[in-house]
Design a protein around this ligand. Structure first.
Ligand code: ZN
Length: 261
C-alpha cells in the first residue's frame, strides 16, 4: 500500500505518470467531453449540476421534440448560444492546442459542440456531435453562422431562415438523429490507429464516442483517462487521473513542454 498523500502531491504524481505515458506513446489521439469545458463556464450534462437535471433531454434535445415544438427547443439552444457567446477556451483547451502544435497530440475528437478547441488553436478537431458554429435551414439548406444566429435570436424566439423563413436547426446532433458520417468514420479510424488515446472530461457514457476507447484497446493501443469520477474503462487504462481537466492538462503541458511562452 502506498502512503497517504496530500491531494496536490497526489495530482503531481498522477500528472508525472500521465506525462511519462504520453511522452512514450506520442502522438496521441485525444477524446474530449463536457468536462473539458466546465472551466469555461459551460455546465456539463450528466453530473449533479448538469444540464439534463434541469432540462429533460427527451423534451429539449431530440429531433422529434424539435419537429414537434421548435420554439420550445430553441428556448434551450438559445440559452446555450448565449452562454457560448461569452465562453472562452480554458487552460485545458489551450494545453491541447499547444501539445498539438508540438506534435504530441495528433488530433482531438470531441463530443462538444462549443467550438472552444478551435478557438484555442487546435487544428485537427473531429466534432462527432456537430457544432453550434452554424445552423441550417431544414427546407432550403441555407447555412447561418454563429454570430448571425445570435442577431436572429435577439428578435425571434426561434430563428427563421433569412432566405425562406423556415425555422433553422442548430447543426448539432440531436438525440434520434444519425451521427455525421465522415466525422464518425474519421474518429474510429483515429481510435484504431492510436498508440495512446487520452480521454479528457468524458464519463464515456454516450455512444458512439464511448465506444472509441474499445477500438484503441482492441487494436493494441493504450488508454489514459483524465476525468472527475469513474468511467467504464478505468480498469483497462494505463493511467487514470480523477481531477479537473484544466488543472491537469496545464500541468501535463508544462511537464512535457515547459511553461507556456
Ligand atoms: Zn430556408
Amino acid at each position: 500500500m502506498s502512503e497517504p498523500t496530500s491531494p496536490a502531491a497526489g495530482l503531481a504524481e498522477a500528472v508525472a505518470r500521465l506525462a511519462d505515458a504520453v511522452a512514450r506513446l506520442a502522438p496521441c489521439v485525444v477524446l474530449t467531453g463536457a468536462g473539458v469545458s466546465t472551466d469555461s463556464g459551460l455546465p456539463d450534462f450528466r453530473s449533479a449540476s448538469g444540464v439534463w437535471r434541469r432540462y429533460d433531454p427527451m423534451e429539449y434535445a431530440t429531433i422529434d421534440a424539435f419537429r414537434r415544438d421548435p420554439v420550445k427547443v430553441w428556448d434551450f439552444y438559445g440559452r446555450r448560444l448565449r452562454l457560448l457567446e461569452r465562453a472562452e477556451p480554458n487552460e485545458a483547451h489551450r494545453a491541447l492546442a499547444r501539445l498539438e502544435a508540438a506534435g504530441v497530440v495528433e488530433a482531438v475528437v470531441t463530443q462538444n459542440v462549443d467550438r472552444l478547441h478551435e478557438l484555442a488553436g487546435s487544428r485537427n478537431v473531429v466534432e462527432v456531435h456537430g457544432s453550434m458554429r452554424t445552423s441550417s435551414c431544414p427546407r432550403c439548406r441555407e447555412v447561418v453562422p454563429f454570430h448571425e444566429l445570435g442577431r436572429l435570436l435577439d428578435r425571434h424566439p426561434a430563428p427563421p431562415c433569412p432566405r425562406c423563413g423556415a425555422i433553422l436547426k442548430p447543426d448539432v446532433v440531436m438525440f434520434g438523429e444519425a451521427m455525421p458520417e465522415a466525422e464518425t468514420a474519421r474518429a474510429f479510424e483515429l481510435a484504431r490507429a492510436a498508440r495512446l488515446m487520452l480521454v479528457v472530461g468524458s464519463s464515456l457514457e454516450v455512444y458512439p464516442a464511448a465506444g472509441l476507447p474499445a477500438e484503441t484497446l482492441a487494436a493494441g493501443g493504450a488508454l489514459a483517462i483524465v476525468n472527475r469520477g469513474t468511467t467504464q474503462y478505468d480498469a483497462e487504462a494505463l493511467v487514470t487521473v480523477d481531477a479537473a481537466a484544466a488543472e491537469t492538462l496545464a500541468a501535463l503541458a508544462r511537464e512535457l513542454l515547459g511553461p507556456p511562452a
